[in-house]
Design a protein around this ligand. Structure first.
Ligand code: IMP
Ligand code: MG
Length: 184
């Protein structure tokens, strides 16, 4: 029974707790300015962004509405097929709302592009996205080109990371910091 991740799987801390808190506060300030006078519908993509959005919305000084949706992306093999499935849909009506999608990490950008199209088809007044992490990949069509409006941190393209909501096989979401996860 060695498939269970152990603390030995954790690598370097990439982003510490205080660094995360400071950046989340900045994002909240920026969003508060950009949406002044409005009440955005903040949509968190489960499960990865649950921890991030909990801190982010408390840094936004506006009357927001919070909703959640969950997606599954059918694993690695179909990553390029564009198949993303909604496994838990919204409770709130998107039409006429200023919608802000909150993601944990934009990797290939597939999930985000899918959600922008899906929600964009439901007549929101505006539609923007915020991600805690963006994988820094300079390839054309890669995540660097993904339409993200607010980015917490860029991370190296090679790093698989866990913590602060992000998991490896459902583990480590509750770390207070973001660490590299060793897969070798
Ligand atoms: P995308 O559709 O390729 O952009 O994939 C985004 C999703 O893949 C994220 O919401 C995460 O659930 C997952 N993911 C991608 N990279 C990582 C990582 O380094 N750690 C944990 N989850 C990741
Ligand atoms: Mg995710």
């Amino acid at each position: 029974m060695t498939s269970f991740p152990t603390p030995g799987d954790l690598g370097e801390t990439l982003i510490g707790e205080e660094q995360i808190a400071a950046r989340v506060a900045e994002l909240g300030e920026q969003i508060s300015l950009d949406y002044a006078g409005r009440n955005p519908l903040v949509i968190a993509v489960l499960k990865g962004s649950a921890i991030f959005v909990a801190d982010l919305v408390r840094s936004i000084e506006l009357p927001i509405t919070l909703d959640f949706l969950a997606v599954s992306s059918y694993g690695e093999a179909t990553k390029n097929s564009g198949v993303v499935k909604i496994v838990k849909d919204l409770d709130q009506d998107v039409s006429g709302r200023d919608v802000l999608i909150v993601e944990d990490i934009v990797d290939s950008g597939l999930t985000l592009r899918y959600l922008l199209e899906y929600l964009g088809g439901q007549q929101p007044t505006s539609l923007k996205s915020c991600t805690l992490l963006l994988r820094d990949d300079q390839e054309a069509g890669g995540p660097a080109d993904a339409p993200v409006d607010y980015v917490g941190f860029k991370i190296p393209s090679s790093a698989f990371v866990v913590g602060y909501g992000l998991d490896a096989a459902q583990k480590y979401r509750n770390l207070r910091y973001i660490a590299e996860y060793r897969t070798d």
